[in-house]
Design a protein around this ligand. Structure first.
Ligand code: APR
Length: 260
């Protein structure tokens, strides 16, 4: 028999138990992390340490202390991420979730740790951005929202933040949740609710290291709600998942939704 080379993606084999759960579920909660954006070329915090920032620990950039110490430096790094994410496009995995949500008798809720907008650009509504958004800037004093500043086309080491036009004292910071900051209350409450009332929870592309997001799938597991993990590598949550599917988001999610 001859084998022909083809550029068509190979659909991964879907574990039968996963298809059965997905077909039966009406209320589905999908918890996503950086891994779902990987195939769109969005760098994770650590991947992003290129060029100007190779010697910098990302946790030293994404903190209130870093902002207090050197606002232009932190501002420039986040604006470079605005540039990178704006240039990225959603992939078939993002689109598959939007398609799943449009199916009849389906209530699919997306809770993401990502600060990008790729779910939305794929046509999904996101219930909760647990770690905020790179496209929701605000004053660091009066907290009033501000438009996303213009991102540079080339990485720059320092960019002065804009002064708040309302209070005139504060400066405009990214609306992301930094390390040592509290998560937004409404988003966290909604995330907890939809992990407790789901028929099925699907965890995609998160290492399960950063709390409190990492605890969310355990809320479902504690109630006997099945939790599927889709991730090419083992994670902190893997031992607790009902089913683990070692596949990428871009391959697994379209295959799963096509099989519903
Ligand atoms: N498809 C699915 N999962 C993938 C893919 C892919 N194509 N590529 C990588 N992954 C998985 C990795 O195996 C890993 O388990 O995505 C996960 C990414 O883990 P992290 O980089 O730790 O991302 P995340 O869990 O979202 O990080 C949580 O930490 O950096 C902070 O605040 C930031 O929200 C972020 C939080």
């Amino acid at each position: 028999m001859m084998a022909f080379m083809t550029s068509a993606p190979i659909a991964p084999e879907i574990p039968g138990a996963i298809i059965a759960l997905a077909r039966a579920a009406r209320r589905i909660t999908v918890l996503t992390g950086a891994g779902i954006s990987a195939e769109s070329g969005v760098p994770t915090f650590r991947d992003a340490q290129t060029g100007l920032w190779t010697q910098v620990d990302p946790e030293d950039l994404a903190t209130p202390a870093a902002w207090a110490r050197d606002k232009p430096y932190v501002n420039a790094w986040f604006l470079w991420r605005v540039h990178l994410i704006s240039a990225a496009t959603p992939h078939a995995g993002h689109r598959a979730l939007a398609d799943w949500a449009r199916r009849p008798d389906t209530d699919l809720r997306i809770v993401t740790q990502n600060i990008d907008d790729l779910h939305e650009r794929a046509g999904s509504e996101v219930l909760a951005h647990l770690h905020g958004s790179l496209f929701a800037w605000r004053c660091d004093r009066c907290e009033r929202p501000a438009p996303t500043p213009q991102a540079p086309a080339q990485p720059r080491e320092r960019i002065e933040p804009d002064t708040c036009p309302h209070c005139a004292f504060g400066e405009i910071r990214p609306g992301v949740v930094w390390f040592n900051e509290a998560l937004p209350e409404r988003e966290l409450a909604d995330a907890i609710r939809v992990c407790r009332d789901a028929d099925l929870v699907v965890v995609v592309g998160t290492s399960g290291i950063v709390q409190p997001a990492a605890s969310l799938p355990h809320l479902a597991g504690a109630r006997g709600i099945p939790v599927i993990e889709i991730d090419p590598r083992p994670t902190e949550f893997s031992p607790f998942a009902t089913h683990v599917w070692r596949a990428t988001a871009g391959a697994a999610l379209p295959a799963l939704v096509a099989a519903l």
